[in-house]
Write a protein that binds this ligand. Structure first.
Ligand SMILES: *[C@@H]1O[C@H](CO)[C@@H](O)[C@H](O)[C@H]1NC(C)=O
Ligand SMILES: *[C@@H]1O[C@H](CO)[C@@H](O)[C@H](O)[C@H]1NC(C)=O
Ligand SMILES: *[C@@H]1O[C@H](CO)[C@@H](O)[C@H](O)[C@H]1NC(C)=O
Ligand SMILES: *[C@@H]1O[C@H](CO)[C@@H](O)[C@H](O)[C@H]1NC(C)=O
Ligand SMILES: *[C@@H]1O[C@H](CO)[C@@H](O)[C@H](O)[C@H]1NC(C)=O
Ligand SMILES: *[C@@H]1O[C@H](CO)[C@@H](O)[C@H](O)[C@H]1NC(C)=O
Length: 496
């Protein structure tokens, strides 16, 4: 259990440095904001086993003919030979407030009608799923000129129809005409609106209504994905409005439990020789990781830890940093899927703010950004998602948890072989998920190389991708696609 919880939380390693993934920065802001509330407030997400709680049918707007209007003819700068259909536009989720969510949908080039439907969500909170679409698993990547696209041969729409949703309203192209809606953005409203979105979207694309449906995402989507899956399962039970054929979830570098993830963060720093033994010990002695305030010895010890590690960027020990965000004048040159441009943020911002691109995506002129700053604070962010994960497993959902793995520290994940880790193991003991192991820790292979490691629990698979950064498909697209196909097939990737 210990290693599983620790593995959920890996992203915090990247939470502090300036070049770190912006989704992790957003998460760190949220954690600090939570800690500074006095008295400490713990947000909860109630999991109800009762099959008959209240349900009122959700808003469904007229959808007829809209799919055809949403069809993208071509995206500016797209390469020749695009052999799949793409759609994008808004779906109204609340008519009186004037609230609408933006989606980008890419069908599979081969036999889309036999392939599952997969929803992808990026995290933050408040970061756009166009990160996933254009820099991770989508069919195109943007060249360093910020204008032209090249094909991602390892795009996930090779094996599924992929729906990217910008959520909640206020993020990316998604918006509300009632600005006070932004004061109530939090886990609960995000899940509620995403559910209304799906019900309406399936009305717009009725051929997908009975299709196998999966939800995937990364980072703070470790909240969004299980919460939405839970909402769907609850509503499937309680209504005959739309039964969504929910089959499973896959979450990457997911933040799912505040307490154990915070502990894991200081342990990671310690096992990576970034902070001293004394400071590590002090943090564990004086902090309880549940309701620590920003004053007192706990706070001093944490501050010491930050000082000790200095302005390092662990993330960029493994990848080059963006030294010059200016766009390259690269007309005619074509990017490579094997080289991930560290300046992806400015490239993405440039492409998605091009008026021709916004027109092609069927959005009104918008100043698009990677993450949103319209929310004064995140209204509610559940402390822990473990009870929801438990509910999903109990209700027959396939649950895969994947994460990047760097190189040397696999032994840490393997727990007890690292002499220092057991010291803290007992402190982690969370009995919320007490899952028996079905396949014990082993490597998985792609092209004769270790692609990563996995361990299968009853109902849940923990799997790592070797050599990946926080956004796994950006850095290891081929391994990520193998992982994703295995997930959809419900099989473990090859053991040799
Ligand atoms: C629409 O959103 C508003 C908040 O802007 C809320 O008060 C109202 O209940 C919502 N309507 C429905 C039908 O959910
Ligand atoms: C928001 O307001 C604009 C301008 O009145 C309108 O065109 C648009 O349809 C509204 N959005 C929604 C989702 O109702
Ligand atoms: C289910 O459908 C029936 C008839 O179509 C309707 O009378 C009933 O109210 C519906 N139940 C719910 C919970 O929506
Ligand atoms: C903080 O957490 C500790 C340990 O869980 C608990 O004993 C204490 O009562 C909590 N304090 C507040 C103010 O919630
Ligand atoms: C708490 O930590 C913050 C930095 O995280 C620091 O600025 C502040 O002075 C600390 N407070 C105390 C009482 O140590
Ligand atoms: C790119 O090159 C063109 C002409 O070759 C020039 O007009 C333009 O200013 C250059 N753009 C940048 C960003 O250097």
């Amino acid at each position: 259990m210990t290693k599983m919880i620790a593995a959920f939380c890996f992203l915090v390693l990247f939470g502090l440095s300036i070049n770190a993934d912006i989704q992790a920065d957003k998460l760190f802001d949220l954690l600090k904001a939570k800690q500074s509330r006095n008295p400490p407030v713990r947000d909860t997400w109630l999991v109800s086993e009762d099959a008959n709680d209240e349900y009122s049918p959700v808003y469904v707007g007229p959808q007829e003919g809209l799919a055809q209007l949403d069809k993208i003819s071509t995206l500016p700068g797209q390469p020749e030979g695009v052999d799949f259909d793409q759609y994008s536009g808004y779906v109204t989720v609340n008519q009186s407030a004037g609230r609408a969510l933006f989606y980008y949908f890419v069908e599979s080039p081969t036999d889309p009608s036999t392939k599952p439907l997969v929803l992808w969500l990026n995290g933050g909170p408040a970061c756009s799923s166009m990160i996933g679409a254009m820099t991770e698993l989508g069919p195109f990547r943007i060249n360093s000129d910020g204008k032209t696209l090249f094909r991602n041969n390892y795009a996930w729409n090779n094996v599924a129809n992929i729906l990217f949703l910008e959520s909640p309203a206020g993020v990316g192209f998604s918006y509300s005409n009632t600005s006070s809606d932004y004061d109530y953005a939090g886990d609960k409203n995000t899940a509620a609106d995403a559910y209304i979105f799906i019900v309406n979207w399936l009305q717009r694309f009725p051929q997908y209504k009975t299709r196998d449906f999966y939800i995937t995402g990364e980072s703070y989507a470790g909240h969004y994905v299980p919460q939405l899956a839970y909402t769907i399962l609850r509503n499937n039970k309680n209504t005959n409005q739309t039964a969504i054929n929910m089959k499973g979830i896959a979450i990457g570098n997911a933040w799912i439990d505040d307490e154990t993830c915070r502990k894991g963060m200081f342990d990671h720093w310690w096992t990576h020789a970034i902070i001293s033994d004394a400071t590590h010990d002090a943090v564990f002695k004086y902090c309880n990781f549940v309701n620590d305030s920003l004053t007192g010895i706990c706070n001093q010890s944490k501050t010491k830890a930050y000082e000790e590690m200095g302005n390092i960027d662990i993330y960029n020990l493994y990848a080059p940093i963006c030294l010059n965000p200016d766009l390259k004048n690269a007309s005619g040159s074509t990017g490579s899927i094997d080289v991930f441009d560290p300046c992806w943020q400015s490239i993405l911002i440039s492409y998605l703010n091009d008026p021709a691109v916004q027109k092609a995506f069927h959005v009104k002129p918008t100043s698009w950004d990677v993450c949103s700053y319209v929310f004064k604070r995140w209204h509610d962010g559940a402390d822990t998602i473990l009870p929801i994960i438990k509910y999903l497993i109990a209700n027959g959902q396939r649950v895969w948890v994947y994460r990047q793995a760097l190189n040397a520290k696999i032994t840490f994940q393997n727990g007890d072989t690292d002499g220092r880790v057991p010291v803290t193991s007992s402190r982690y003991s969370i009995n919320a998920l007490n899952l028996p192991i079905e396949t014990s820790w082993r490597p998985w292979y792609l092209n004769k190389e270790v692609g990563g490691y996995l361990e299968a629990y009853k109902g849940l698979l923990l799997i790592t991708v070797r050599g990946a950064g926080h956004t796994v498909p950006s850095y290891q697209p081929q391994r990520a696609l193998t992982l994703f196909s295995s997930f959809l097939g419900g099989i473990l990737p090859p053991s040799s």
